[in-house]
Design a protein around this ligand. Sequence first.
Ligand SMILES: Nc1ncnc2c1ncn2[C@@H]1O[C@H](COP(=O)(O)OP(=O)(O)OP(=O)(O)O)[C@@H](O)[C@H]1O
Ligand SMILES: [Mg+2]
Length: 457
Amino acid sequence: MTQTTGSPAIQDSPSWTRLILDSIADGVFTVDKQGRITSFNRAAERITGFPKDEAIGQYCHEIFRANTCFEACPLKHTAETAETIINLEVNILNRDNKEIPISISTAVVTDESGNVVGAVETFRDLSLIKELHKEIYRQYSFQDILGRSKPMLKLFQILPDIAQSDATVLIEGESGTGKELFATALHNLSSRQDKPLIKVNCAALPETLLESELFGYKKGAFTDAKKDKPGRFRQAHGGTIFLDEIGDMSKGTQVKLLRVLEQKEYEPLGSTKTEKVDVRIIAATNRDLMEMMHRREFREDLFFRINVIRLSIPPLRERREDIPLLLDHFIERINLKQSKQIKKASPTALKTLLNYEFPGNVRELENVIEHATILTKGIEIQPRHLPSYLTRRDKEPRGPADLRDKEDLAVLDNIERDLIIRVLEHHSGSTAAAAKELGIHRSTLWRKMKRYGLLPQ
Ligand SMILES: Nc1ncnc2c1ncn2[C@@H]1O[C@H](COP(=O)(O)OP(=O)(O)OP(=O)(O)O)[C@@H](O)[C@H]1O
Ligand SMILES: [Mg+2]
């Protein structure tokens, strides 16, 4: 390697410094104590579009016109406090008034005696990175569903054909994996997209109510039936009906559903007249229907009618590659909702998320991020902002042995019951708000309330 000592005279000369500054890819400029630009390198000219001669002598806010210029000027902050700022993302306007995202770092400039004479800022053009980011989103999203893992990309590939086929689809997946999102995508990609998509949660209603909900009733069918009411099947005519949590449907309702599937007809409650409908059926469940069928809890004939095309959505822990993508997506969404400026999770926080099992899948991840963003004051989510159970569980030995003990299960049940009561009390009995806080679906909450005897008699 050749030595690059050179003479000190050359290294100290202003032209040498300028040469170095002009050769680097990052924009660099300096300001005096009043905020007037005193130097401006070539990359700064390229990124902002302003030639050096135009920039020098101007106040930096006149050149950069960033969103931070008047509220929280980073250079002013550095000049006043001598604190450096590293990699802060701001948007500036270039000479053509086009918004350019840049990342800036600042430092104070002192004279030989250590007096502050101004500040220096280096900045990097993030346009390309942002474009690439968007491209990744485009590549890894499909009808609002994000995924880059192999199983998800495979699902994206087959989705259009399944949607077009008009066949009955059974969507299987644990709670919070995105079953409803897939059902919506199937409808939107089908030829029925302009017709209604009607969603019915079969777990949320007791048997008699579910039947009248699905098939409607005639005036006088029961005491409160003051006039005819069309059912959900009628409303979905020409479109799609999404039967969520179909595994929770009673056997009586299963028979009636089977008839709709076989003959495309049904009778509203209290009616002797048969009605015809044209609907496509998409069903979803987080239970093992096959096993339910073996236990005779789910009708075999109905199972085979529904199980024409089966979409299985893998749990998040089996596609951890999707976590960073989903994380960015939820941060962005929450930033908009809460007017925050969070950019990302720190590497350690991300590692914690990647190591966690996510029994509640994507919905749980979404809730975890919401929790973290409330606590995050800066631009980065740190491990301390994450709910503590994420790290605690991680350290515990995993495996079925932990929960096998009956006593343990009883203890867990008690904790869960207490928690549900407390959260319900806190939200004055609103199941929607309580379910949100608990990070579970409302129907899951209903199920648990039923199990713990918390439903009004
Ligand atoms: N792949 C994904 N990309 C983006 N958002 C997702 C994805 N999967 C799930 N979500 C989000 O996670 C949440 C849960 O999804 P969804 O309601 O579709 O799940 P589910 O399987 O129907 O849950 P449950 O069994 O509890 O009813 C929603 O807010 C949804 O937008
Ligand atoms: Mg659902």
